[in-house]
Design a protein around this ligand. Sequence first.
Ligand SMILES: CSC[C@H]1O[C@H](OP(=O)(O)O)[C@H](O)[C@@H]1O
Length: 359
Amino acid sequence: MKINNIPYRTIWPTADGAVEIIDQTRLPHEFVTVRLESMRDAEFAIRSMQVRGAPLIGVAAAYGVALSMKHHATDAALKATCDMLAKARPTAVNLSWAVERMRALLLPLQACERADAAWLEAGRIAEQDVKINQAIGRHGREHIQVIHLEKGDTVNILTHCNAGWLATVDWGTALAPVYTAFEAGIPLHVWVDETRPRNQGASLTAWELAQHGIPHTVIVDNAGGHLMQHGLVDMVIVGCDRVTAHGDVCNKIGTYLKALAAFDNGVPFYVAMPISTLDLTLLDGVLEIPIEEREQEEVTHVSGLCDDGQVRRVRLTPEGSKAANYGFDVTPARLVTGLITERGVVAANTAAILAALAD
Ligand SMILES: CSC[C@H]1O[C@H](OP(=O)(O)O)[C@H](O)[C@@H]1O
């Protein structure tokens, strides 16, 4: 998407065989790109959330495998590389999906063939992500258009966390329908959940929507239910990190509470997801999906831009207070109106999911 009218992606290969990323830990106050030259650089970028978002961490891991094969391409090196990258973050299935796709492609090859093959495959995964997200955008736009025609006015969409182009290679998942509808001239406005504790909404979603000129309002995470009670939300669209065979959806912490409020107020609750986010080995998301727990400091401290133009980090909580930092929660399928995939909008149930896969 565009930054100051210049087209960007979140990750791209360089002419000299490295990879560059937008460092998302520096946004929205600083736009910084980082060069990745090794698997360890890629692993750090994923673990530290310089790159984040389920599809994007999968692509970053794929390039991490490719960077590793440039240096060491033995069976042992391939195993160590895939195992280390797959552990960088536990919840988004796209990470393990991408790593296992690279492992399956490279293992049968001669060591001398692996670097080139890995580089090409990582590029294919990146290009496929863009096309998948464009298709999600087209399918989701249709639902925004229906609401606009019924309402005859601006469509108010609430989203949680960041599932925009910054969470993917380009276009995003939950925000792909927003960008596509906006480009089609459908009047819309986005309520942006700040999304504590890392504020992906306030820092990333708001930034990318502003760069694209899309009307939006940042709200505290706890305001969504109030807005829905007062008819100020026409639909909710969120991203996801893993979806089970039953249609249970794992996404950023706080998503489940939005789904409950939407269900209670009759607001359609959509989940945008590439088919690669499905994990058919799991049924009950609440019981089976691993939930990442991150460091307390993400809750006890916050960073921001001071009046003197410096970005500083401050403590929010008393020294002695502990903090729990659960990164994700699971929304049961019964609260999901539909899964917006690249193959169309699918009901959140096993039969519909399997039928979509069979298409
Ligand atoms: C399109 S996937 C976006 C998904 O990933 C985010 O998690 P994180 O920022 O921790 O990587 C969040 O769950 C988003 O919904």
